[in-house]
Design a binder for this molecule. Structure first.
Ligand SMILES: [Zn+2]
Length: 361
């Protein structure tokens, strides 16, 4: 089946910061607008991985704090219009938002013990996914017929994954897109470890360990990663931080990085990132255009997908999508348009061509 075109799926995690900080307009709606308009010029749909629990919490608290009602209205409007324009939404969850209450004028009382979905018990995972899906339905209204099929865990924290996979399957979801092959993060509060993920497959099925291919089960359609020169990676990241006025955040967007880790654990996390440098995610909010192209080529050349279209999943975060990111995305999409055998896609389209949830592999 050598004729199947490769599917480039642009995804963006649609959310404020993990500690609840960040303005909805500056960190979510405005940068997403800029991203969607670049993608639309190239005919590329964007999949918004909507962290629906936070918008649900904001909606419930809308009468208690000024600005929240407007923020939610803008989010709803954007999501509905994006869907009408041929984009897609899928489910992204940060369980610390379950039951969140506003604190004072700006802050949120979040439960950092629930930071990692992999750490919740089966019952909690099931409830969180159910709540997330219904909140997402509410946000998008009747705007779409496109099915919800895919999931991405907040902060990539899907491990240990067996019970999460069972819950995803029971909720009717067919795809997980949390894994970034080869990458790891060692801080105790938000660890993930994808070093054992297959090194030559672009997707696989799994029903227990997310890094372990199985004969049946949920599809893992991972975030594309590839080795690039260590120097290039460090330079790309440093440039993104240093030369954007907001230190790598979208214009007017600022937020905190409080989370489940102590200072020492955070340091361990930074060290893991330095060790991981040289292997990069296909991240169009932080990498420059040429580096994006190098990562996508590395993925395409180094991976295979047997009997199904080869997926190339790119990731971004609305809160990190700067003017510079818009230029990089422009360069990357121009390259993609010129590639024979490559088409822009979404998870439902990929799944359909892969033969559906129970399809062949
Ligand atoms: Zn997230």
């Amino acid at each position: 089946m050598a004729d199947l075109p490769d599917h480039l799926i642009l995804t963006a995690d649609y959310e404020v910061f993990g500690d609840g900080s960040g303005d909805v307009s500056a960190c979510v709606v405005e940068p997403t607008e800029a991203m969607l308009s670049v993608a639309a010029r190239h005919g590329a749909p964007v999949t918004l991985f909507v962290e629906s629990l936070e918008f649900d919490a904001m909606r419930r608290a809308a009468t208690m704090r000024s600005g929240l009602a407007d923020g939610i209205a803008a989010v709803e409007k954007q999501i509905r219009q994006a869907l009408r324009d041929g984009n897609d939404t899928q489910l992204h969850l940060h369980p610390q938002w379950m039951g969140a209450q506003p604190v004072g004028d700006r802050a949120w009382g979040l439960d950092f013990r629930r930071w990692r979905i992999g750490d919740l018990n089966s019952d909690e995972v099931r409830k969180t996914i159910k709540r997330g899906l219904s909140a997402l339905e509410e946000l998008q209204g009747a705007a779409t017929e496109s099915p919800r099929v895919a999931f991405r865990a907040g902060a990539w924290c899907i491990q240990p994954s067996a019970h999460v996979m069972t819950a995803l399957g029971d909720s009717g979801l067919a795809i997980d897109s949390s894994v970034a092959p080869g990458l790891f993060h060692s801080a105790r509060g938000d660890w993930y470890d994808f070093r054992a993920a297959p090194a030559d497959h672009a997707c696989w099925r799994q029903n227990d360990d997310v890094c372990q291919p199985a004969a049946s089960g949920i599809w893992e359609v991972p975030i594309a990663t590839a080795k690039i020169s260590w120097l290039r990676h460090i330079r790309a990241k440093a440039t993104a931080r240093l030369f954007d006025r907001g230190g790598g955040a979208a214009a007017g967007c600022s937020g905190g990085h409080a989370g489940p880790n102590t200072g020492r654990e955070k340091l361990k996390g930074h060290l893991a990132r330095i060790i991981s440098a040289g292997r990069a995610m296909l991240d169009f909010s932080t990498l420059d255009g040429p580096t994006l192209i190098a990562v996508a080529e590395g993925w395409r050349n180094g991976r295979r997908a047997d009997g199904v279209p080869l997926p190339i999943v790119a990731i971004a975060h609305s809160k990190n999508f700067t003017r510079r990111s818009a230029k990089s995305l422009e360069t990357f999409l121009e390259w993609a348009e010129g590639q024979p055998g490559l088409r822009f896609s979404t998870f439902p389209r990929w799944l359909e061509e892969a033969g559906g949830p129970g399809g062949a592999d």
